[in-house]
Structures are given as structure tokens and as C-alpha cells.
Design a protein around this ligand. Structure first.
Ligand SMILES: Nc1ncnc2c1ncn2[C@@H]1O[C@H](COP(=O)(O)OP(=O)(O)OP(=O)(O)O)[C@@H](O)[C@H]1O
Length: 516
């Protein structure tokens, strides 16, 4: 195997890797917008095969080929599993890129580099965000089992994903779930002796050890994120929607209790413990808050959302949990309903459009109050099932017609709050931190709202949720807007500046200094 010089991409391993032009593909539509650039659904002209093209952003020539992209390619080339997204090849575009209007796109780099992936119809966030979406218990078990199987495979192969969240879990119309976006992934050694950056994992899914500044960690960080996803599937909305790191920790402690040397030996030695330890006793309330969850689901969740990473359940043990072996059993992926493609990018875009329409209608009403009452209703995007859908459009068969069009996870969780209407303002987070701006009482956020019915019920149903349900209303995806980071110098200072800043996960391109 030939080795590329540092900072260069080794495309020599297979003649096809990097040798073909992106012109072999016809871009059909944008389905995602990530830190690195756009993701498109595209068709290979020769074969008609539908793929996903992820453009690698090369904004800054001086930095060369982004280290994160090199990592993603390197790791994905070594991982081959049915629950891990398949990287098919790398293609290039020789000349300056053009934008949609045919103008040069301002990219200083003279060409473009794309990763070609197998196409997946949905991401979990986009799917869950569909109006009226209801996941059944066997369906949740089926997705969770696949998520854990894929993750177990990564961990056995000594790869940490470090960005597990709904928009990185891709689902096809055969019901297969695959882990995607390995841009923050890295190899680890079993002794966990290397210093790794703690500025990884999107804030809402970030475990307490990273929030407390730990730099020696292992697969348990991914298992915390899995616990957050699991709870979200059952609960119907994200369980820890913190707007910045201190609030994130606070939300965790309110539900999982305060960490101490009894429940988490060694916690007092974590770098930022003294700064962020709660100033009042906080007991674990997970069982009480989620008492309506199925018993086995709650048992498993308890073990995933364990504060001490050393005691947190592993992917392998989670797969053995009673939850997956008791009725109702996980369903066969193939038996799952087939939906029109849905990615978070598109659901967000649609909501934005809807809000614009509503505002326009309001303005019209103010200008022509009489006439307005007789106007036909504003047409909402996605009312007609005529949007371009993925290659499996004809797979709907006898499934109930779904109203909305595609909705990939576009624009990703850049910011923590879910957008207007989705999450009530958290108010004073309470929780008693030693943080100058915090420390008030109350504000638990779990005690007041009704929860969706459990058991065989519909975790994502619109009934019973405040404001018509977290998924159905006008809120936008998984977060917009910037969290307020404390000034540099504090534990959370200095992130999120410059190009490619990911509000929830920090700035990827700045995450790789002395710590990896
Ligand atoms: N293979 C694929 N098939 C279909 N859609 C995809 C595929 N890969 C990515 N997407 C869509 O594009 C979105 C962004 O992709 P991805 O997470 O890989 O980009 P990114 O630049 O790493 O994003 P981020 O900055 O959020 O980490 C995904 O959430 C998903 O909706």
C-alpha cells in the first residue's frame, strides 16, 4: 500500500479512487449542508445509480486538504459493515466550481473534491420531524439495535465516532440504519492513554465527562449519545437541549443527579469539576421522570445515561439487554413503512418556507383586512406529493400516503435551541452551579409537560405534547443560533470561531491541536 505524504490524500490505492470526474454524476438536489460543504443527491450518468455526493470544503488553500476529511476517508475505507455508511469513491472537479447561477463560487481552490456515498433516503432527525410521524416500539427497537450493532463494530475496530446524533443516522427505505459522518471520528487505543480533545460531539449529545474537561476517554462517550437518542425516540423530543456547556451540564445533573466520588469515583479530579459542581444536592430523577417508559427500556436507558463512563453500558452489553429480547420484539427492517425521502435539511427548509408564508399572510391581512378573509388558504410547501423523491419513490406501495416531501437534515444542529416554538425557553436553569450566571432554583423542565403515551403507543405522536408536539410545529430541526460561550480562558472559551464553526460541536477545523 502506498503512503501519502502528510496532509495529502492517498488516492493511489485503487485506480478508480479520485481518478473520475464529478461530471460522471448529475446533481439532482441538495439534501444536506454540513460543516464541510453541501451534500447532494446525484445520479451516476452511466449506470443511473443514485448516490450522495458530499463536497469537501476547501475554502482555505493554505490549510490544504482538511484533516477531518482525511480522517473520514481513512476511517471509512477501513470500516465495512451493513450499519456503517459505504464510501464508494472519491471524485474531483478539475476547474473552479460554479454556483447555481453559473457564477464562480468564490472558492479559492481551483477544483472540488467529493466523497461518493451510497444514497440513503432519510436521516433519523428528518424522518422523526415528518408531520404526524409515529415510530412504533418494534420500530424503535429495530433502529436502536442497528445503531448499537454499527457502533459495536466501530468500537471493536477501535474507532470512536464522536458525533452520534439523529442527523448522522441514515436510514433507507429497506429499513436499514447506517452510521454516517465520520468527520470527527478517530482511532483509539484500549488503554485510553492518549490525550484527545474534549470539544467533540454535538452539545445535546455530549457526555458529562467531556463537559467536565476529560481528555482521556473511550467508547463510552458514544454510548452517552446513544442514550440521548434512545430517550429522544421514546420521549418525543431531545432530553438535554442545553444552549451552552454549563446549561448542558445542568440539564444532565437535573435528570441524572449530581456526580460525586460515590457514584463516579474520580470525578473530583476532572479538570472543570470544581468550577461546575452543583452547589446543592441533586438526586437522580431518571426513573421518576420517565416512569411511563416500558420497564426494560428504562433499565437500558439507566445504564446508558450513567454518569461515570467506566460504569456506562457498552454497545455489546446493550445489545444483550432484555429490552431487545422481550415482546414486542424489534421488527424486521424490511417490514418498516417506506416513506418519501426525509432529511433534516429539507424539513428545516420547508418549515422556513412555511414561516415565510405565514408572515406573508399576516402582512397581507394587515394591508387588506377585508379581502383577506376571502382569500384561499396559503399553500404550504409539501402539500402535494410532487417533490422530487429519492430513487425509491415507487416503493410506497400500499403504505399510507405521506404528505411531506423530502426532508434531509440540512444545516445540521448549528445551534442548540430548536428554533421558535419547538422548545419552551428554559428560563432559569436552576441546578445550583458554581457558575456566575447560574445557580437559581427550579426550572427542571421534566416535571410539568405531559408525555406521550408509552408502551405500544406513539412516541412521536402529536397528541399530548405541549404546543402540538415537538415535531409537528413550526420549530426548526435541531437547533439554530449560537450558544453563548464564556470568554476565552474559562473551560469553554475559545471555540466556535472562524470558518466551519459548528455551534454545537465546536469548530472542527480547530479541534485538532495537541489533542486529537
Ligand atoms: N449517504 C447519504 N445519503 C443521503 N443523505 C446523506 C448522506 N450523507 C449525508 N447525507 C445528508 O447530509 C447531511 C449532512 O451530511 P454529513 O453529516 O455527512 O455532513 P457534515 O458536513 O459532516 O455535517 P456536520 O457539519 O453536521 O457534521 C446528513 O444529515 C444527511 O441528511
Amino acid at each position: 500500500m502506498s503512503i501519502a505524504a502528510p496532509g495529502q490524500l492517498n488516492v493511489n490505492e485503487s485506480p478508480s479512487w479520485g481518478s473520475r470526474s464529478v461530471d460522471c454524476f448529475e446533481k439532482l438536489e441538495q439534501i444536506g449542508e454540513g460543516t464541510y460543504g453541501q451534500v447532494y443527491m446525484a445520479k451516476e450518468i452511466k449506470t443511473g445509480e443514485i448516490v450522495a455526493l458530499k463536497k469537501i470544503r476547501m475554502d482555505n488553500e493554505r490549510e490544504g486538504f482538511p484533516i477531518t476529511a482525511i480522517r473520514e476517508i481513512k476511517i471509512l475505507k477501513k470500516l465495512h459493515h451493513e450499519n456503517v455508511i459505504k464510501l464508494k469513491e472519491i471524485v474531483t472537479s478539475p476547474g473552479p466550481e460554479k454556483d447555481e447561477q453559473g457564477r464562480p463560487d468564490g472558492n479559492k481552490y481551483k477544483g472540488g473534491i467529493y466523497m461518493v456515498f451510497e444514497y440513503m433516503d432519510h436521516d433519523l432527525t428528518g424522518l422523526a420531524d415528518r408531520p404526524g410521524m409515529r415510530f412504533t416500539v418494534p420500530q424503535i427497537k429495530c433502529y436502536m439495535r442497528q445503531l448499537l450493532t454499527g457502533l459495536h463494530y466501530c468500537h471493536v475496530n477501535q474507532v470512536l465516532h464522536r458525533d452520534i446524533k439523529g442527523s448522522n443516522l441514515l436510514i433507507d427505505n429497506e429499513g436499514n440504519l447506517k452510521l454516517a459522518d465520520f468527520g470527527l471520528a478517530r482511532s483509539f487505543s484500549n488503554d485510553h492513554n492518549a490525550n484527545l480533545t474534549n470539544r467533540v460531539i454535538t452539545l445535546w449529545y455530549r457526555p458529562p465527562e467531556l463537559l467536565l474537561g476529560t481528555t482521556k476517554y473511550g467508547p463510552a462517550v458514544d454510548m452517552w449519545s446513544v442514550g440521548c437518542i434512545f430517550a429522544e425516540l421514546l420521549h418525543g423530543k431531545p432530553i438535554f437541549p442545553g444552549k451552552d456547556e454549563p446549561e448542558q451540564l445542568n440539564k444532565i445533573f437535573e435528570l441524572c443527579g449530581a456526580p460525586d466520588e460515590v457514584n463516579w469515583p474520580g470525578v473530583s479530579k476532572t479538570p472543570w469539576y470544581n468550577q461546575f459542581k452543583p452547589t446543592r444536592p441533586m438526586k437522580r430523577r431518571l426513573r421518576e421522570v420517565f416512569r411511563h417508559f416500558d420497564r426494560h427500556a428504562l433499565e437500558l436507558l439507566e445504564r446508558m445515561l450513567t454518569l461515570d463512563p467506566a460504569q456506562r453500558i457498552t454497545a455489546k452489553d446493550a445489545l444483550d439487554a432484555e429490552y431487545f429480547w422481550t415482546d414486542p420484539l424489534p421488527c424486521d427492517p424490511k417490514s418498516l413503512p417506506k416513506y418519501e425521502s426525509s432529511h433534516e435539511f429539507q424539513t428545516k427548509k420547508k418549515r422556513q418556507q412555511q414561516r415565510q408564508n405565514e408572515e406573508m399572510a399576516k402582512r397581507q391581512k394587515m394591508q387588506h383586512p377585508q379581502q383577506h378573509t376571502r382569500l384561499p388558504p396559503i399553500q404550504q410547501p409539501g402539500q402535494h406529493a410532487q417533490m422530487r423523491s429519492g430513487p425509491n419513490q415507487n416503493l410506497h406501495g400500499s403504505q399510507p400516503q405521506v404528505a411531506a416531501g423530502p426532508s434531509h437534515h440540512y444545516g445540521k444542529p448549528r445551534g442548540p435551541s430548536g428554533g421558535p416554538g419547538r422548545y419552551p425557553p428554559s428560563g432559569n436553569p436552576g441546578g445550583g452551579y458554581n457558575h456566575p450566571n447560574r445557580g437559581g432554583q427550579g426550572g427542571g423542565g421534566y416535571g410539568s409537560g405531559p408525555y406521550p403515551p408509552q408502551g405500544r403507543g406513539a412516541p412521536y405522536g402529536s397528541s399530548g405534547m405541549p404546543g402540538g408536539g415537538p415535531r409537528g410545529g413550526g420549530g426548526s430541526g435541531y437547533g439554530v443560533g449560537a450558544p453563548t460561550y464564556p470568554q476565552q480562558g474559562g473551560p469553554y472559551g475559545g471555540s466556535g470561531t472562524g470558518r466551519g464553526s459548528n455551534m454545537m460541536g465546536g469548530n472542527r477545523n480547530q479541534q485538532y491541536g495537541w489533542q486529537q
